[in-house]
Design a protein around this ligand. Structure first.
Ligand code: ADP
Length: 441
């Protein structure tokens, strides 16, 4: 609002004071003429106060019925007051309209979102939701406002997710009459205890993902039988006494490649099976110490292996998990260490326990892994050195399997490596996975 210059205000009030003074002078002169000075002054003041009261009354009347009436013409200082009131009112109306427009635009744009949005207050009650959220979550207009969200979405996994207060990743929820719809629910905390629930229909993505998994599983399965036949014939041919010696090397190479193919198919099937299962495994108590001792023996039984393969057992604690999966993960890590470490090198395995849980580590003195490759190691078919991996018969799927198995056990994989010095792979299992040697977990 443009401020009135001080000089103008001063002039106006000066004019008002001059007017009062003039009126009093007239009253004084008339009073003097009639020899009634005080009466003259008194009547003048009375008229002045009466005039001001009348103006005040008109101003009050206009303020009360402002929307229906034009501003009154009161003259003098009163006109200025009226102008100020009109200005303040206009400014307020402008801001109100602007705020209403912004709010409407915000509401319309949120309502038009293809995703569902539900605003929850600090008690988990629904404060507002957009149009899309209603059909997705089965909310019923205004009636569900103020109702706790976990009274409306009662699936235990959602109730657990909401209570856990760990919202870094969205959760998946299966809904619909025939459980045909997949929703991704993501809680975003904001303000003081408020939360926003974002709901997205991911049925299509899940279906595509399922198709992809099924395809890989089926293709691997279908490839296995013909490959078994080929391997069988290759074996028979290789042992045929009448075989032309010139054919021996290519036949041996064909067998090596067939074995590699069989390893890849085997690993793909393992991965498919892991993906088809529930996200977390309960399992049974696994005797890791015995398993590791056997793995060490297997490495030492290889025709070529690092000179030193040690196993340090710091705890007799067992692990709560799936024995086959755990074996597959640990065997992959030990196999890699043995594969990539030269015969003069060493591999050190260790099974230990601390406050964070139990840990399996494999350290080798192999070629190491470049730092930028480490985050990508668990990707399927990722190889730091494709030539070397192929030469060692690697499928490029081993660490992907390890990652999957660990995920299903709530464990994490830590990889540390220095190029030219060696690598260390550590599996960290949380305390809830520990079965203490004395029988208590
Ligand atoms: P592969 O079957 O090729 O070994 P993995 O998934 O087990 O596949 O490993 C992925 C890649 O990680 C390997 O190709 C190799 O380059 C690298 N790698 C894994 N373990 C080691 C190790 N102990 N030392 C050096 N490189 C390793």
């Amino acid at each position: 609002m443009p401020r009135q210059p001080f000089a103008l205000t001063l002039r106006m009030w000066g004019f008002a004071a001059a007017r009062l003074l003039a009126a009093l002078t007239v009253g004084f002169v008339v009073g003097l003429a009639a020899d009634r000075v005080f009466l003259g002054l008194f009547v003048t003041l009375l008229l002045y106060v009466g005039w001001q009261l009348l103006n005040l009354f008109r101003l009050d009347h206009w303020l009360r019925h402002r929307s229906l009436m034009d501003p009154p013409m009161l003259g003098g200082i009163w006109d200025d007051v009226v102008t100020q009131v009109v200005r303040i009112h206009r400014r307020k109306r402008y801001h109100k309209q602007r705020l209403a427009t912004v709010l409407r635009e915000l509401r319309d744009s949120t309502a038009a979102l293809p995703d569902g949005v539900v605003v929850l207050n600090a008690h988990g009650e629904i404060a507002w939701f957009n149009r899309m959220a209603a059909p997705m979550l089965g909310l019923r207009g205004r009636r569900d406002i103020g109702i706790r969200i976990d009274n409306l979405i009662r699936q235990p996994e959602f109730v657990r997710y909401l209570a856990a207060a760990e919202f870094s990743v969205p959760m998946l929820l299966q809904t619909g009459a025939t459980q045909e719809t997949w929703l991704s629910l993501h809680v975003l905390p904001y303000g003081e205890g408020q939360r926003m629930l974002l709901v997205r229909d991911v049925t299509r993505a899940i279906r595509l993902e399922t198709m992809r998994k099924d395809f890989v599983a089926n293709a691997s399965h279908e490839l296995r039988s013909p490959l078994t036949v080929i391997t069988g014939y290759l074996e028979t041919l290789a042992t045929d006494p009448g075989l032309d010696p010139a054919l021996a090397p290519p036949l041996a190479e064909m067998r090596r490649q067939a074995d590699r193919m069989a390893a890849i198919i085997g690993d793909l099937l393992v991965l498919s099976r892991l993906e088809a299962k529930d996200s977390q495994v309960d399992g049974e108590s696994v005797d890791v110490v015995a398993m590791l001792a056997l793995l060490r023996k297997e490495v030492l039984a290889r025709p070529q292996h690092p000179a030193q393969v040690t196993l340090t057992i710091d705890t007799q604690d067992r692990l709560m998990g799936d024995e086959v999966e755990i074996h597959s993960a640990f065997a992959n890590l030990v196999d890699n260490a043995a594969k990539y470490t030269p015969v003069e090198g060493s591999v050190a395995m260790r099974w230990s326990r601390d406050d964070d849980g139990v840990h399996f580590s494999v350290a080798d003195t192999g070629p190491g892994i470049p730092a930028d490759a480490i985050p990508r190691l668990t990707e399927r078919f990722y190889r730091v050195d494709a030539g070397r991996s192929r030469a060692t018969g690697g499928s490029g799927l081993g660490l992907a399997i390890v990652k999957h198995v660990l995920q299903r056990h709530g464990a994490t994989l830590e990889i540390a490596s220095t190029e030219g010095r060696g690598s260390t792979f550590v599996c960290h299992f949380p305390p809830r996975r520990v079965v203490a040697a004395n029988g208590h977990s």
